[in-house]
Design a protein around this ligand. Structure first.
Ligand code: 3PG
Ligand code: MG
Length: 347
């Protein structure tokens, strides 16, 4: 059951506290990627259109711990970006919620501070919905709470993967650590028609397979003689890496096989790169998967920071059905866990 939508709230003349996930990457004190800001705008615009008197937007930014972190993680650049995108005096972006040490402890005192003077609360922060913090859970107990448009879209799209999917259902998983993905694969893997595994985690699965389903592993890899962008490379069979060499990408035969399986799918979920795609010599596998997912005309979902970055870099983002704004949150949802930020909103 979905939480009740902001669309059903009477906001005319009201002061609305909105929790967005504006935790965006910064570079030299500026917003380096505004995807999450853009994704948060529809809810803010809806509130303004419906006559809200004031919209107070709050979010965390980074994981500030020390005093120096307070300068580094100030919301100022984010506030600037929101102002440039919306330009309505009624919208105010509050300072980083994590500057208050109570935030991550779901401290009721900090929740009261946030709720003070507000008439209702809208949680649109899907990316933070797996955190039980003052701004995601505590305030929902103090004010009438509603779900924002982005939060609902995420729940609908990712939720489709948990229901009766159109088949074939293909999961592509990669990245460095099997631990991060194990919960999702254990929850979805048995229901998939194929689970394709690349990246470093493929090696872990080969040596010690934790799954009850049969995972499809690479047949070949791009091997490197050292962990470096300009390492010497050669294509070798997956299970015959020369001593001391590292598999840093899936090989050409594997790329073709993975692309063929993705092309035949009606539902695809992809999380995690196929190799060290930040380095051009080891990017081909991840790019091939990104292109195959984009070319697939079924329902396709990409989640997780690195694979999202890869679809953008490959220039295919507009051909993916749904790109999640949540990393950890999307994984926990697909693990079958209830997200505390969602649970706190009445249905
Ligand atoms: C994210 O970027 O994954 C979310 O904003 C949550 O951030 P956190 O992992 O620091 O809680
Ligand atoms: Mg995270």
């Amino acid at each position: 059951m979905l939480p009740r939508s902001v669309d059903t709230a009477d906001v005319e003349g009201k002061v609305v506290l909105v929790r967005s996930d504006l935790n965006v990457p910064l570079e030299d004190g500026r917003v380096a990627d505004d995807t999450r800001i853009q994704a948060s705008l529809p809810t803010l615009r809806l509130l303004l259109e419906r006559g809200a008197r004031q919209v107070r937007v709050c979010s965390h930014l980074g994981r500030p711990k020390t005093d120096e972190d307070r300068a580094r993680y100030s919301m100022a650049p984010v506030r600037e970006a929101v102002r440039a995108a919306i330009g309505d005096e009624r919208v105010e972006v509050l300072e980083n919620t994590r500057f208050n040490p109570g935030e991550t402890k779901n401290d009721p005192g900090f929740a009261r501070e946030l709720a003070d003077g507000c008439d209702l609360y809208v949680n649109d922060a899907f990316g933070s919905a797996h955190r039980a913090h003052s701004s995601t859970v505590g305030v929902a107990e103090l004010l009438p709470a509603y779900a924002g448009l982005l939060l609902l879209e995420e729940l609908r799209n990712l939720g489709r993967l948990l229901g009766d999917v159109e088949r074939p259902f293909v999961i592509v998983s990669g990245g460095a650590k099997v631990e991060d993905k194990i919960g999702v694969l254990q929850n979805l893997g048995d229901r998939a028609d194929a689970v394709l595994i690349g990246g470093k985690m493929a090696e872990d699965v080969r040596t010690d397979n934790p799954f009850t389903f049969e995972a499809i592993l690479p047949v070949d890899v791009v091997a490197a003689n050292e962990f470096a962008a300009d390492a010497e490379t050669q294509v070798t069979p997956f299970d015959a890496l020369p001593d001391g060499w590292l598999g840093l990408d899936i090989g050409p035969e594997t790329r073709e096989e993975f692309a063929r399986r993705i092309a035949g799918a009606r539902t695809v979920f992809w999380n995690g790169p196929m190799g060290v795609f930040e380095w051009p010599a080891f990017a081909a596998g991840t790019v091939a998967v990104a292109e195959a997912v984009a070319a697939c005309d079924g329902f396709t979902v990409v989640g997780g920071g690195d694979s999202v970055r890869a679809v953008h870099e490959a220039g295919v983002a507009d051909r993916i059905s749904w790109i999640s704004t949540g990393g950890g949150a999307s994984l926990e949802l697909l693990e079958g866990k209830e997200l505390p930020g969602v649970k706190a909103i009445p249905a």
